[in-house]
Design a protein around this ligand. Structure first.
Ligand code: GLU
Length: 493
């Protein structure tokens, strides 16, 4: 079979940030293109000029790039089917609207807004359908010419055929609409601006889009669009409508449910690899008991047929879990790149060390790599390096109220302070020398951790000691010796 090359598009309206729903739509299209060796096209749908901004377009592109979705054609980079910003395609829409007008498939409507509102209210009062009543369809050619000569503003309305329609959706199967579902709808406003449903059809056709993968909420638009394809005599693309994304309470995902924009997730310390992995699982699965995927693995495994037709519930716990998984997989270089900005945000005095790629930074990050869920935890988790507070620390008071803990802590502090040249080796030798006094197991390691960090939690001792030792030349870092001195001062005899 001679199949058309796969050409899919992501067509955001640049009216705000890229949200989870849009990012998932983009991802399904992108994965499909990459899986099938097709093209992924970015088209900016900015015909709503009051709400569209270039700033938003930039943010959306920035977020797509952060997620690793590259496009083959789009604004700026161009392509054979441009321009890729709808505001730059006005002449094309106008020409096509005029074609439908000339062929009698659309007509000029001179009704004013006030008249249309009155008609709608009247219809509602009489329990009739609120569809446009076709007043202007009945105008004679002379009446039309008179109005045009008088400069009466008009819209162009599409003459909706009185047919039933069935869409064979790649995800939902047959979707059926009865005749009379829609009234004649406007395709060109009186100010000459074309409407979304019209532009999309013209663009998807001219850009040779093979598949339209988007959210279920667009189904009512799809009916309008297939009518327009029919009117133009064009073959429609294949459609796939993915189910909505819901919050835990099963209402449509919104700001009420927490972060919903991709940028927010980035700021909160999620990795793009984890976001992509999670977004792919929002309504798609491979049919295996598998949830962890790298991006190349997703590309290989993805198919539209395996997108679910039941709603996907956004599960923050699963996203967090995946973030941890992807964090553990980072190479040193990647960890530095994603972690350092969070470190600098929490501890600005580390900026020069980060700029120098000082190995201490990587050691500090690696200390938390296996423990943290989000990069944004770094500030909190590494706080102990620069703060050591024992006075008024209730947790420490309670812990060292126990005689063995206190004795172990004191003895270790003294022995560590006696070491001349503190290295990780000499540190361990001094600290462990108290074994000879009979301290062992928990009575050894818990007091040591408490002595060093002033808390009972924190990174592995083995990872922490070298970081504390080698950070001794960072003025803001509380050295091991200072910790020991402070300990003796507070808990000494
Ligand atoms: N601009 C539309 C939106 O952002 C695109 C819908 C479509 O994919 O056709 O919802």
């Amino acid at each position: 079979m001679n199949q058309k090359p796969v050409r899919v598009r992501f067509a955001p309206s640049p009216t705000g940030h890229l949200h989870v729903g849009g990012a998932r739509t983009a991802l399904f299209n992108w994965l499909y293109a990459r899986n099938r060796g097709g093209k992924f096209i970015l088209r900016i749908e900015d015909t709503d000029q009051a709400r569209s901004t270039l700033e938003s377009e930039k943010m959306v592109k920035h977020d797509l790039r952060w997620l690793g979705m590259d496009w083959d054609e789009g604004p700026e980079i161009g392509g054979d089917f441009g321009p890729y910003r709808q505001s730059e395609r006005m002449e094309i829409y106008k020409k096509h609207a005029e074609q439908l007008l000339a062929e009698g498939k659309a007509y000029r409507c001179f009704c004013t807004d006030a008249e249309l509102t009155a008609k709608r209210e009247q219809a509602e009062a009489e329990s009739r359908s609120p569809h446009y009543d076709g007043t202007c369809l009945k105008l004679s050619e002379t009446e039309i010419q008179e109005k045009l000569a008088a400069g009466v503003p008009f819209t162009i309305r599409f003459k909706v055929p009185d047919n039933a329609y069935t869409l064979y959706d790649m995800i939902r199967g047959a979707v059926h609409w009865e005749p009379g579902t829609l009234g004649d709808f406007i395709i060109l406003r009186s100010d000459g601006m074309p409407v979304y449903n019209f532009c999309v059809v013209v663009d998807d056709h001219l850009m040779e889009i093979s598949h339209v993968i988007r959210a279920e909420e667009h189904l009512p638009n799809t009916l309008r669009q297939i009518m327009l394809y029919e009117a133009f005599g064009w073959k429609p693309p294949k459609f796939a409508h993915a189910s909505l994304i819901l919050g835990q309470d099963r209402s449509k995902l919104s700001k009420r449910h927490g972060a919903t924009s991709v940028g927010q997730f980035k700021e909160e310390g999620y990795l793009s690899e984890a976001m992509v992995n999670y977004l792919a699982l929002l309504g798609w699965n491979e049919g295996k008991d598998r949830e962890e995927y790298t991006i190349p693995e997703l590309i290989k495994a993805f198919s539209v047929k395996r997108i679910n037709n039941s709603p996907a519930v956004f599960d923050m716990d699963k996203l967090n879990w995946l973030n941890g998984i992807h964090l553990r997989k980072l190479t040193d270089e990647q960890l530095f790149e994603v972690g350092a900005p969070f470190l600098v945000a929490a501890f600005p005095f580390l900026t020069p060390l980060v700029a120098d790629h000082n190995p201490w930074i990587l050691a500090a990050l690696n200390m938390e790599k296996n423990k943290m869920v989000l990069l944004s935890e770094l500030g909190e988790r590494l706080q102990f390096l620069f703060h050591y507070e024992l006075k008024g620390n209730e947790e420490m008071r309670a812990f060292f109220a126990e005689e063995t803990h206190l004795a172990a802590g004191r003895l270790m502090a003294e022995r560590i302070l006696a070491v001349k040249d503190l290295t990780p080796d000499s540190f361990w030798e001094a600290a462990m020398s108290i074994k000879e006094e009979g301290f062992k197991g928990k009575a050894l390691f818990h007091p040591l951790r408490a002595l060093l960090t002033g808390t009972l939690s924190g990174p592995e001792l083995n990872a922490m000691v070298p970081v504390l030792v080698s950070g001794a030349n960072i003025p803001e870092l509380v050295s091991i010796q200072d910790r020991c001195r402070k300990f003796i001062e507070v808990f000494g005899r």
